[in-house]
Write a protein that binds this ligand. Sequence first.
Ligand code: LMR
Length: 437
Amino acid sequence: MAVAELSTSYTKTSLHSRLSLSTRLADHRRLALRPRLLPRTQTGRVYCSVVSNQVQAAAPLQAEEAKKKPECYGVFCLTYDLKAEDETKSWKKLINIAVSGAAGMISNHLLFKLASGEVFGPDQPIALKLLGSERSFQALEGVAMELEDSLFPLLREVSISIDPYDVFQDVEWALLIGAKPRGPGMERAGLLDINGQIFAKQGKALNAVASRNVKVIVVGNPCNTNALICLKNAPNIPAKNFHALTRLDENRAKCQLALKAGVFYDKVSNVTIWGNHSTTQVPDFLNARINGLPVKEVIKDTKWLEEEFTEKVQKRGGVLIEKWGRSSAASTSVSIVDAIRSLVTPTPEGDWFSSGVYTDGNPYGIAEGLVFSMPCRSKGDGDYELVKDIIFDDYLHGRIAKTEAELLAEKRCVAHLTGEGVAVCDLPEDTMLPGEM
Ligand code: LMR
């Protein structure tokens, strides 16, 4: 899931000097966007009603005000007239969602799910704020055009930018997908540093301009450590609001258990992924259930569980890359939807879901100050709590210790990006992202 467009980050200062930063891009944007921009009112919008066909007169936007507004895209510079449908529908307040790596494969699936209402519900209007890189800017426009052509009634605004300070302004959700994939000959420490720089800048931008209660889901790999870097650079946002995506691993584990037990996967519950989204991750079969029974009572083959099952889940991403020639995109986007829905809908009684979250105050004895996948429950308010009644055995403890050691080593490697001193990169062995085998 790491392989997406690299979102180049710029500082706040460079936001306002975008033209000097990249004349070529600015020229391109002016050419590409000017004909599409529609006249606006003094509040920067044209009011139109899709339903009643009444368009109010537009007044020219003041030059100063125009400078402050991020670019809206095409038809999304029109404002959907909520009043027109007041009698038949009750809409929730619009939410702002930022997506980085917005021109990449994962986003290409995800954005359309978000806009359709599948994620936040059929009465939840959304604004999509798309972050791309200079290199991907044209593709970003292509994405915005396809969103226009899809006529989603819930999609009220789309804006595109290469500047995180533009994109993260007032966002309630930030889905951070863009990251650089590991290239040939690149050491893992190098990858940690390159992507860490991106997530440090994005953390700073979130800290400066996002909603104080923004929920951040980091997908770009190495996602646990990227999420840690991001949260350390956003001290004014609760650390609890940052997640590293391990839901895809949970879904993969459920599928393998279902296959082995000969049941459909809706019968598998209580699956935790512990630790890092890497080949040290621990799919927990000790606490998982099939048809409400402990997995070990249904699948009696402990050797299979400890070896084959565990390795299959850990390396699934890599096997997919071999088949596809690129990393998983559709299933990753589905798992992002699952991860969000798990936070905005109450967790079914007795069940839980996995997410990479901050370890401070965890009840399992896992080292503090890490982003570590653990079992969570939510009341559906966007927040979560860690599940307490979990059992451990020596096997599970041993596996968790290994993935914990890896994350501690990654953390030491990025100390220069988390404000914790000088980085010491002593990764014990060159462990892999699922896709790097
Ligand atoms: C996955 O799990 O499919 C991805 O994280 C693989 C990768 O390394 O991109």
